[in-house]
Design a protein around this ligand. Structure first.
Ligand SMILES: *Cc1c(COP(=O)(O)O)cnc(C)c1O
Length: 396
């Protein structure tokens, strides 16, 4: 039986290779950080991690995790509602709610699970989900698991959102769903205008702050801080896997009745293991650090401003952004790959994205800034971009 199936798989895999879409993984042998070492022995500056606040290898988080290993052990061997809840899980939930000015929080193994488990328990076939066209894959999958009627609006297009809200007026409840920051362009969702339209057309809002938490807003509270809407959004989802330490874990935070029902009915919560205590302990420390000082957020903001400003002055075409994602537009797929390969030779690790990850003719290099970057790292990257840009005829 497997013989025929193996042929089928071999054919599919070679189609992926021929289309140039085969993903190869680089192997890192050092901790994640601004400077990383690959298994080839090459040392490179990392500009493609979601390590926005540089916490992936933070001493205070590691110490908190080690302490939890000693006093709470390694694993929970349980889902939350049987015997998988420790004092650390409850404290982290409370801390995340305080951070976002929400009422309660529920933890998941990942934000993929938070998004996968948020819609189905909350909405039924009488209801409407109105989703941005560029929302994350986990939102798309979560919506698929829910019986609610689906509406889609073009990315951040408020005229289109209004049309969809009008079309959904006969539904019982309406939920608008958006990423806080869209990962390929780095643009921030226009939450102020979404909020106005939600008021006008009687809808609720869900924001996925995975790329915006820790990054956007003066103190890193995300798009609800940027648009002065703290505490006013019904549902926020997010990850502990990007700014917030970079390990693993996700959450939904918001109105307390919503969180209460998710604890009763959300399938990835009910049927999947709880995060290890050491991750919860490091998460608590992370929120405490971000509340005590704004050093990391400030450094990230100044790094992003500095880098983007210099890139524009050098003549690169940069997508407008208020996030730590800098999309360097090259438009041509092959050029994006050649450019990234040359940068790696210069010791700068970035990824070139092209169709189908981004629209046809919209190839780019995505640079992700971090509070872990020092000025010398940024200057080295800028120099490499300018050199390569001139060599490949992208800038004069
Ligand atoms: C990264 C990301 C996720 C997934 O987060 P994990 O915790 O890694 O599962 C979900 N939504 C958005 C918008 C993301 O960027």
């Amino acid at each position: 039986m497997y013989k025929n199936y193996k042929e089928h798989l071999d054919k599919t895999l070679s189609e992926i290779r021929e289309a140039g879409l085969y993903k190869n993984e680089r192997i890192i042998v050092s901790p994640q950080g601004a400077e990383i070492e690959l298994n080839t022995g090459q040392k490179v500056l990392n500009f493609c991690a979601n390590n926005y606040l540089g916490l992936s290898n933070n001493k205070a988080l590691i110490d908190a995790a080690k302490k939890a290993l000693d006093n709470h052990g390694y694993g929970m061997s349980s889902v939350r509602f049987i015997c998988g809840t420790t004092d650390l899980h409850k404290e982290l939930e409370k801390k995340i709610a305080e951070f976002f000015h929400t009422e309660d929080t529920i933890l998941y193994a990942a934000c993929f699970d938070a998004n996968g488990g948020v819609f189905e328990p909350l909405l039924g076939e009488e209801d409407a989900i109105i989703s941005d066209s560029l929302n994350h894959a986990s939102i798309i999958d979560g919506v698929r698991l829910c019986k609610a009627q689906r509406y889609r609006y073009n990315n951040a297009d408020m005229t289109d959102l209004e049309e969809q809200l009008k079309a959904a007026q006969n539904n019982r409840f309406r939920l608008i769903v958006t990423d806080g920051v869209f990962s390929m362009d780095g643009n921030v969702a226009p939450l102020d205008r979404i909020y106005e339209l939600a008021g006008k057309y009687n809808a609720m809002i869900m924001v996925d702050e995975s790329h915006s938490a820790g990054v956007v807003g003066k103190t890193g509270r995300g798009v609800t801080e940027l648009h002065d809407l703290k505490g006013k959004i019904e549902i926020i989802t997010g990850t502990l896997g990007k700014s917030f330490g970079g390990a693993i874990g996700g959450f939904t935070t918001g109105k307390k009745e919503i969180i209460e029902l998710l604890r009763q009915r959300s399938r990835p919560y009910l049927f999947s293991n709880s995060i290890p205590p050491l991750v919860a302990a490091a998460g608590i420390k992370m929120v405490e650090m971000m509340t005590e000082t704004n050093t990391l957020q400030d450094k990230l903001h100044s790094n992003a401003e500095y880098f983007i400003d210099r890139m524009q002055k050098a003549g690169f075409d940069i997508k407008p952004t208020k996030s730590a994602i800098c999309a360097v537009m090259l438009y041509d797929a092959k050029l994006s790959q050649d450019f990234a390969a040359k940068l790696l030779e210069e010791g700068i690790y970035v990824i070139g994205f092209y169709y189908p990850v981004v629209p046809k003719g919209q190839a780019r290099i995505r640079v992700q800034l971090s509070a872990a970057h020092e000025k010398e790292h940024l200057d080295k990257a800028l120099k490499a971009f300018e050199k390569t840009g001139k060599e490949l005829g992208v800038i004069k």
